[in-house]
Design a protein around this ligand. Structure first.
Ligand SMILES: Nc1nc2c(c(=O)[nH]1)N[C@H]1C(S)=C(S)[C@@H](COP(=O)(O)O)O[C@H]1N2
Ligand SMILES: [Mo]
Length: 505
């Protein structure tokens, strides 16, 4: 391969861009996650991405959607870096201007983010400065050699190319290490002494049917398996001593409480299933556990809401907001500010130190993590993050049934069809299963934990050779049979039956 001065300049541009971003990200370890150029640009991209594209990303990458986004940004930056190198060689300034604009631009975006702080500009400036220095040095050498016509020998050019290549490797690997390990390592959760719940459920959760049926979703989701969905590019860090909850809006008595004050309030424990509006039929974005927290109703009452209040707009440290209908928060369903899941303080990814949880509603309308504020207002006055982007204003969870077993292949003979069904806040009264075009057969239900909790179910099946389609549907606690009409997740959650095609050998 014959090396051109142009490609050597391109490689130096690439190296300059990656090392610049790396410098910015490392700086943000000290100046705070809200100043991270990658997070700022990532958050900005998430905000402007059309809901359908975002949904595709969540469906395709799941919890790795943020990693995917960061990789896309890094690739775009690398491409622009290459261009900057080439342009710098031709003009002596255009590449530096491009990289400088990118770095400073990311700093400005960081400053405009909802989670910005006074240091938000710094990391972007550092990124710009480092990128420009690397670019000017590398491309400067390339041009100098070229002018000296030493490049005829090709050797110095090759060496310069190799050094630039090493710079690309340092930038790329460094970025991968910082984003993949170093920054996420800050995600550990400090301990809290959890107060005793005043109104605890009388029993512990019973063992589920998963102890008898291999592959069935456990009755209680282990926290490490609990799905995670949010717009936070890196997990917000809020600690209990600097945590405050502001309660304001159309109230006669706005106030702020600290974490210690929250802990001193009466605590409840509830078993609740949480699911995402973007969870496709049969999908994984649903989890169930025991939550501990303070009833929102107690907090709202103290604020003394005006009669015109319709919704509670809750906001989180990542710039997310949700609008929960006031009637839902006060109808006795025990919407809470949760501080613990499964007997442990919330993990950072699930909203440490405190989050909202509203039984019966999808996460986007009632489960704000890293909670900072509750504003009592009307639907006209303020809209939430997702309702602003085309999702339904009220988000009651639709009845859903998931088939966990069997998988796509099994041997003929005695088998078990099993799964979970939920219709949070209405409960599940029946699950039926159909094989091919056969009759609906009633499955056996696992123990009922609460109306707000999913229910395990199973049906013995004599599997005969061939390819079969298994379909399942539930009936909720009001006697309403789940609809088979297929609707997409947008705008207010999917409907339709989960169908599993199995090959019996
Ligand atoms: N701060 C914040 N809270 C949030 C979100 C978010 O993006 N930011 N996403 C919501 C959505 S869409 C869902 S489904 C739930 C998911 O909660 P989990 O990640 O604890 O499972 O959180 C909700 N709370
Ligand atoms: Mo969600």
């Amino acid at each position: 391969m014959s090396l051109t001065t142009r490609s050597t300049a391109g490689v130096w541009g690439l190296a300059a861009a990656l090392i610049g971003v790396l410098a910015g990200q490392v700086t943000s370890i000290f100046t705070g996650p809200s100043s991270s150029p990658m997070d700022a640009v990532g958050g900005f991209v998430i905000d402007i991405t059309p809901p359908a594209v975002k949904d595709w990303a969540v469906a395709t990458f799941g919890t790795a959607d943020k990693a995917f986004l960061l990789v896309v940004i890094a690739v775009v930056v690398a491409g622009l870096g290459w261009l900057a190198g080439v342009a710098q060689r031709r003009t002596g300034w255009a590449g530096a201007a491009l990289l400088g604009a990118l770095g400073v631009g990311s700093g400005i975006i960081a400053t405009l983010r909802p989670s910005s702080s006074t240091t938000s500009l710094i990391a972007g400036m550092v990124a710009a400065l480092v990128a420009i220095l690397v670019l000017r040095w590398g491309v400067g050498r390339v041009v100098a050699l070229d002018q000296a016509a030493i490049a005829e020998t090709a050797e110095p050019n090759r060496r310069l190319f190799m050094i630039g290549g090493a710079g690309v490797a340092v930038g790329g690997l460094g970025l991968a290490a910082v984003e993949g390990f170093i920054r996420p390592a800050a995600v550990g959760r400090p301990p809290i002494d959890l107060p005793e719940p005043a109104a605890a459920p009388t029993s512990t959760l019973p063992p589920g049917l998963e102890t008898q049926i291999d592959g069935l979703t456990p009755l209680r989701t282990p926290i490490e398996d609990f799905y995670r969905i949010d717009i936070a590019v890196s997990v917000p860090r809020r600690d209990t001593d600097d945590w405050e909850l502001v309660i304001d809006g159309m109230v006669r008595n706005p106030y702020t409480i600290t974490f210690d004050e929250l802990l001193a309030m009466p605590m409840v424990e509830r078993d609740v299933t949480l699911t995402c509006v973007s969870n496709p039929i049969g999908g994984p974005y649903v989890g169930s556990t025991r939550w501990q927290g303070v009833l929102v109703a107690d907090l709202l009452r103290r604020a003394d809401p005006e009669a015109r209040v319709e919704q509670v707009l809750s906001s989180g440290a990542d710039g997310f907001s949700a609008s929960t209908p006031l009637d839902v928060m006060l109808d006795g369903r025990d919407a809470m500010i949760a501080i613990a899941m499964d007997g442990e303080p919330l993990t950072r990814v699930h909203g440490y130190p405190a989050r909202l949880l509203t039984p019966g509603l999808y996460g986007y309308v009632g489960a704000t993590k890293w909670l900072e504020k509750l504003t009592l207002t009307t639907f006209d006055e303020a809209q939430a993050y997702w309702t602003n982007r085309g999702w339904g204003e009220r988000g009651p969870v639709k009845t859903a049934t998931r088939i966990d077993v069997p998988g796509n292949q099994l041997d003929s003979g005695e088998a078990t069809i099993a799964g979970v069904a939920w219709a949070t806040h209405r409960g599940i009264s029946k699950v039926e299963v159909r094989v091919d075009d056969g009759p609906w057969q009633e499955a056996t239900l696992g123990e009922e934990i609460s109306d707000d909790y999913w229910r395990q179910w199973y049906l013995p099946w004599d599997a005969v050779e061939g390819t079969h389609q298994i379909t399942a549907r539930a009936t909720d606690g009001d006697g309403e049979v789940q609809t088979g009409a297929i609707q997409d997740v947008l705008p207010d959650g999917p409907t339709g039956y989960h169908v599993r095609t199995v090959r019996v050998n």
